[in-house]
Design a protein around this ligand. Sequence first.
Ligand code: GLN
Length: 492
Amino acid sequence: MTDLHRLSIRELSEGLAGSKFSSRELTEHYLKRIAKIDAQVHSYVTVTPEQALAQADAADALRQAGNANILTGVPIAHKDIFCTQGIKTTAGSKMLDNFISPYDATVVAKGKVAGLVTLGKVNMDEFAMGSTSESSYFGATKNPWALDHVPGGSSGGSAAAVVADLAPFATGTDTGGSIRQPASFCGLTGLKPTYGRVSRFGMIAYASSLDQGGPMARSAEDCAYLMNVMAGHDAKDSTSMDQDVDDYVANLNGTSVKGLRIGIPKQYFNVAGLDADVKACVEESLKKLEDMGATLVEIDLNMTDAYVPTYYLIAPAEASSNLQRFDGVRYGYRCENSVDLTDLYKRSRSEGFGPEVQRRILIGTYALSAGYYDAYYVKAQKVRRLIQQDFLKAFESVDVIAAPSAPTTAYKIGANLTPVEMYLGDIYTIAVNLGGLPAINAPVGFDKDHLPVGLQLIGNYWSESQLLSVVHQYQQATDWHTKRAAVAEGNA
Ligand code: GLN
């Protein structure tokens, strides 16, 4: 078959089960596409053909023996923030350019148990800090819809690989939007689960109280298959919740759009900088949901102005603490010819970290320093609680909350936004992380330059099934999620 890359996860699972193709054939097909197309997109940092083919053969053998699971033999790409035993894990940084983890992240280990075949590791902003994937030490990833545009970030490699059909689905992580915003910029479906739903063990930390892994794929259905693998309690992660996991695939039709109350935050649609095309596409998608039986309810989220300052204190504060471990002593980059210990720390960190990471370490260290701790960090924590309460109050009268995922479509590569301009682009995503809530992006149209636009639906705690179900039904009634970029057709 020549168009294996056009099949959904369910179709791949059925094709493998029905012996229409083997995992080896499927894996070879993807490896060939990567070799042919990825030079244009640069979604992969590391491709692992030997391991992938060995895993594919093992999957085929399991199937022969009658021991296959639903996803046995289906390929996947992992964001290069998840530790993979024996395969380089870089977090997009020179600091970890040669780092080979001695163990698998829980998410990766669970993928192996499910029989997934790892094609390789995909690109990202350095230590997941950014919104464009341009801060990667390994160079920018391109948006498959327009190769002179960014795919978003920080999970830009995951998004670009899936939308160019160089992986059927991928893992991502979301600290302040890094699953939803690249999904939006690339026309994909991406779910940021409730904090604690997916194990963070072996996921390189950026801001631990905000970081959460999740699936990125073409459709809600495809995401549901990957959520069934990723979700669940993990004794190795003390912040992972010991709470029953839904069967996300079985529940895809579990929530009816009919009667669903969708909150429309007044403040969100009046944000300066909200692009007119983005606004129009999002409003159109809400009208569609209304036609399908949903009720739109205007709500207030009064803390909107506080999102960016609060997130950009808490995230850098936690990052400055997490990144202390990269000191040139234990592992990672070490400068040459250090004269003493201070020189070793100083130069290893100055040479190993890029400018955005250094900026955040400086901001975070400042906010946590003795004289400023109460004025900045403690204050931000208090405001964080008010932001969370704002959402919980809204959920007393609505089932989900709608918003754009980003105020604009994908930026041009090299647009050279100032840090503050870039941070303001996170306005619609970061509050969800501050509150620990789940949210999903679904593609809902294109702007005048034919760049994708995304709708974000935010749910109450543990409502992943509901979010996937609502998007699934929207996708049964529309075809935005089936659109292909030219590069995915192999003719860019
Ligand atoms: N763009 C946001 C930041 O730079 C979010 C990144 C993320 O979710 N990892 O912090």
